[in-house]
Design a protein around this ligand. Structure first.
Ligand SMILES: Nc1ncnc2c1ncn2[C@@H]1O[C@H](COP(=O)(O)OP(=O)(O)O)[C@@H](O)[C@H]1O
Ligand SMILES: [Mg+2]
Length: 377
């Protein structure tokens, strides 16, 4: 599944823009502030109805306008599809409204089974995944598991829901509002889902660990680099997880929330057994992030039979020449990639198909207005 083209309207810096993507590597080049990252974000938004950059979605609406729209044309062996997303603010109260369509039919969300490629994203803020708090890595690994095993994708939200219920009960018991009578049934529910979530994380981490180590080595990250799942719990089954919870019941009630469980796990990125998060240089952390994304690309290509689309923002700026060549070689080996750079020369010529575009080119290529009228205002 590839993106063949995209049209943007009132999205960030773009009043109207139209872009055709190469099936191999598309290089978006231009000076700082030209709109390169905006264009990548537009592609991501058109495929997922979310931004990879901000949770404040109104930032994506072009200054002075009220609705941002992106339409993306995808193509696979069976034919072509059109995904469209509109995001606007309803004038009276400024209430946000998002509308999505697939082939002209309104949909609730653009989930993984929408006719769009899976996407891997590298952009400078993503370094947080390596150096930020464990919760970011937990979320990331859970999202990856959900893509690898769609049937198990609800485990994390079911666990979070059960945990919230247990926490509400704990604080109610502490405040004297609830009795302890229903605690055992919530312990059992939390334990069942905790063990399920832990097993999923463990499987996902083991799948990733080998390609991660290999990609890190190829990228020249020194030392023995690895990905280690460090669950809180050592319970071998649901029953023993329940016992672990019960041992902590009194302190949990004192605090009014659950201190034990997969919501406190770590997925550590280590080099010579020390966490890169704490001891790696910025450059090493960037390489680790890149190795992780390439490893995920490997795993998804194998599990799905389709190489994910890679959106790589400003990835070349801190890579030396051998690493730039290596990266382009890997990306040229299959799948579609879009890479931003201040100069096209920063992206070495690979052996596959390559297109070079600038934000100016795509703004000049005015799409016909009816191409963007799919999403009603
Ligand atoms: N909603 C918006 N409307 C108009 N311009 C915007 C909006 N959001 C960001 N910008 C502008 O986009 C520019 C940055 O574009 P960006 O794609 O990040 O540049 P770069 O080419 O360096 O990646 C800035 O000048 C910023 O003011
Ligand atoms: Mg940028």
């Amino acid at each position: 599944m590839l993106i063949a083209w995209a049209k943007l309207r009132d999205f960030r810096t773009y009043t109207r823009a139209s872009v055709e993507l190469s099936p191999g590597i598309t290089v978006i080049h231009g000076p700082n502030g030209a709109g390169k990252t905006n264009l990548l974000e537009g592609l991501y938004f058109g495929c997922t109805a979310r931004s990879m950059r901000t949770t404040n979605e109104r930032e994506m609406i072009r200054f002075g306008s009220s609705v941002a729209r992106v339409v993306v044309g995808t193509v696979d062996d069976c034919g072509t599809h059109e995904l469209s997303v509109g995001y606007g603010l309803d004038p009276p109260q400024g209430k946000p409204i998002k509308r999505m369509q697939v082939d002209g039919v309104p949909v609730e969300r653009l989930s993984g089974d929408a006719p769009r490629p899976l996407i891997g994203v590298f952009f400078p803020d993503r370094l947080e995944l390596v150096k930020g708090s464990p919760s970011l890595r937990r979320t990331h690994i859970d999202q990856l598991s959900a893509v690898i095993w769609p049937a198990r994708s609800s485990t994390r939200s079911a666990y979070s829901h059960a945990l919230l219920q247990r926490n509400a009960l704990l604080s109610g018991i502490r405040a004297g509002r609830y009795s302890r009578a229903s605690l055992p049934s919530w312990d059992a529910e939390v334990a069942r889902l905790a063990v399920e979530l832990r097993d999923q994380r463990s499987s996902a981490t083991s799948l990733l660990a080998v390609p991660f180590r290999e990609r890190a080595r190829e990228l020249g990250l020194s030392g023995s680099v690895g990905l280690e799942y460090r669950p809180r719990s050592t319970a071998v089954d649901v029953e023993s997880f329940i016992s672990e919870l019960q041992q902590r019941t009194e302190s949990d009630i004192d605090r009014g929330f659950s201190m034990h469980g997969p919501h406190r796990d770590e997925i550590a990125i280590v080099r010579d057994r020390r966490e890169l998060r704490a001891y790696g240089s910025q450059g090493e952390q960037r390489l680790a992030l890149l190795a992780l994304l390439l490893a995920e690309r490997d795993v998804l290509a194998e599990k799905h039979g389709h190489t994910p689309l890679m959106l790589l923002d400003d990835v070349m700026s801190e890579l030396d020449s051998p690493r730039r060549n290596f990266l382009v070689d890997v990306l040229s080996s299959g799948g579609q990639s879009v890479i931003t750079a201040t100069s096209a020369a920063h992206v070495p010529k690979g052996h596959g198909v390559r297109t070079e575009i600038t934000p100016e080119d795509v703004s000049r290529a005015q799409p016909p207005s009816n191409g963007l009228m799919l999403v009603p205002q």
